[in-house]
Design a binder for this molecule. Structure first.
Ligand code: HEC
Length: 124
């Protein structure tokens, strides 16, 4: 009886943990542009931002003049673009601003005008 109670308690706490994980699973936990890039974007755009060809076309973010106008990467990350998934539902305004600022100032890009969370909010 005692063992059963312990098992039940363990099962309940596992279920609760699962529910919590599920509640959070639509939000990326990473904070900061670099962590977000490494956690999400590099899978498709490669760790050095050079993109990839193969099963699909993943454009390079490295030395990409299309990042000069901040509205473009904000919109692609927030709304998606063809086979690029939309991350607007899974990332906060701050997270999107951070990752956009990161790609616009790394991989040979040096665009100085910093994107703010309000810019992302207006693009949603
Ligand atoms: C599942 C793969 C995948 C992930 C993850 C991904 N992208 Fe993309 N991304 C793409 C594809 C595919 C395109 C090209 C879309 C098209 O034009 O058909 C693209 C296009 C872009 C573009 C436009 C580039 C251009 O030259 O037009 C930007 C900017 C971009 N991605 C940024 C990001 C950022 C920042 C992240 C991380 C938050 C990210 N991507 C995560 C697949 C991905």
């Amino acid at each position: 009886m005692k063992a059963n109670t312990i098992l039940l308690a363990a099962a309940l706490s596992l279920a609760a943990t699962g529910a919590m994980a599920q509640a959070n699973c639509n939000q990326f936990p990473q904070q900061g542009g670099e962590a977000l890039y490494n956690g999400i974007c590099q899978d498709c755009h490669m760790p050095d931002g050079r993109g990839a060809e193969g099963a699909g076309h993943y454009p390079a973010l490295a030395r990409n003049p299309k990042l000069a106008e901040p509205g473009y990467p904000i919109s692609v990350v927030t709304q998606g673009l063809k086979s690029m998934p939309a991350f607007g539902g899974a990332m906060s305004d701050q997270q999107i601003a951070d990752v956009v600022n990161y790609v616009r100032t790394h991989f040979g890009n040096a665009y100085k005008d910093t994107v703010k969370p309000e810019d992302v909010k207006n693009a949603r």
